[in-house]
Design a protein around this ligand. Structure first.
Ligand code: PEP
Ligand code: MN
Length: 338
């Protein structure tokens, strides 16, 4: 259920509604809007009697929410959410580029790639410190040392960093070092991880599971938001199909589908989406054309030596060309790259 406050509702009216919701053993979520404040309610097992709230001072409307996901939905919040990471806005009228290696392999490697992507115009650096690998014998990441390297990248290049947390305990450490906590495709329905990320004080970058529907993706985002963390960025990274010319099938239709249902920003990852270097740039451009709020791209200066995902990593000069193409495309689309 959603309580819509009147334009002139005062702070004490909002507080009284919040207290009434709490007294019913339910959870209020205050959602500020450009015009008016709305208050979402979660935690109810069945329908709530609107009469308990509709007559309160400052309340304009009480609306039942028909979707299974609530805080994520446009019914609850119509305006696009903009998530601020340092001075980088994610969502809304501009697009962003997140770039970096699949994994942080060494300080030298991370610094080298960060220098390239920052100079070319990326606004967020990526790099895994904890890697969820298909094989237990593959490189698992540098762990805490990788996080420390990321923190030094942020300092040296003045660029926010995103990195993955792979289990609930792990979030403590990742939260300490990263600007954005990534939840990977394999963990999209790790509900204890989602709940822990919902208690974090940093934005969460939630990747769609490789066999997840849009509704399942949004329900996972709802887990995070229902714990009080409203800063969720969605990411489409390809799904499993019969097609084998690419590693996954990048589902670009997820962008307009999500945009219709949710106010959250959505980023496209054409690197994992295709698994092949030569397919990354065409799909990154297509991502902006379908209205994505940005792209996440893997870059490596020596991909043949990369410890993970070398075949899908762009070379520095390919990334520089892509940035130029994206910038001119963004001009045509009227959604500049920040
Ligand atoms: C990654 O971003 O490096 C990653 C492991 O992605 P995904 O979870 O989408 O496979
Ligand atoms: Mn990768």
């Amino acid at each position: 259920m959603l309580i819509v406050m009147g334009k002139n509702a005062r702070r004490e009216h909002i507080d009284a509604v919040v207290d009434r919701i709490k007294s019913l053993n339910l959870t209020p979520h205050v959602i500020p809007g450009a015009q008016r404040v709305a208050i979402g309610i979660t935690g109810n097992k069945g329908p709530i009697d609107p009469g308990l709230l509709v007559s309160m001072k400052g309340v304009r409307d009480v609306i039942p929410v028909s979707r299974p996901y609530k805080l994520v939905s446009r019914e609850v919040k119509n305006e696009d959410s903009i998530i601020h990471v340092g001075n980088v806005p994610i969502g809304g009228a501009s697009a962003i580029v997140i770039a970096g290696p699949c994994a942080v392999e060494s300080e030298e490697q991370a610094m080298k790639i960060a220098g390239v992507v920052k100079a070319a115009g990326a606004s967020i650096f990526r790099g895994g410190a904890f890697k969820p690998r298909t094989s237990p014998y593959s490189f698992q990441g540098l762990g805490e040392e990788g996080l420390r390297i990321l923190a030094r990248v942020r300092e040296r290049f003045d660029i926010p960093v995103v990195t993955e947390a792979i289990d609930p305990q792990n979030v403590d450490l990742v939260e300490e070092f990263a600007d954005i906590i990534q939840i990977g495709a394999r963990n999209m329905q790790n509900f204890s991880l989602l709940k822990r990320a919902g208690k974090a004080k940093k934005p969460v970058f939630l990747k769609r599971g490789m066999s997840a529907t849009i509704e399942e993706l949004l329900m996972s985002a709802e887990y995070i938001m229902s714990e009080g963390n409203y800063d969720v960025i969605l990411c489409e990274r390809g799904v499993r199909t019969f097609a084998d010319h690419t590693r996954n099938t990048l589902d670009l239709s997820a962008v307009p589908a999500v945009k219709e249902l949710s106010h959250l920003p959505i980023i496209i990852d054409p690197s994992h989406g295709t698994g092949r270097r030569d397919k990354v740039s065409p799909l990154a451009k297509a991502a902006l054309a379908v209205g994505a709020d940005g792209v996440m791209v893997e870059v490596h200066h020596a991909p043949e030596q990369a410890l993970s995902d070398g075949p899908q990593s762009l070379l520095p000069d390919q990334f520089e060309s892509l940035m130029k193409e994206l910038t001119s495309l963004a001009g045509v689309l009227g959604k500049p790259i920040l």
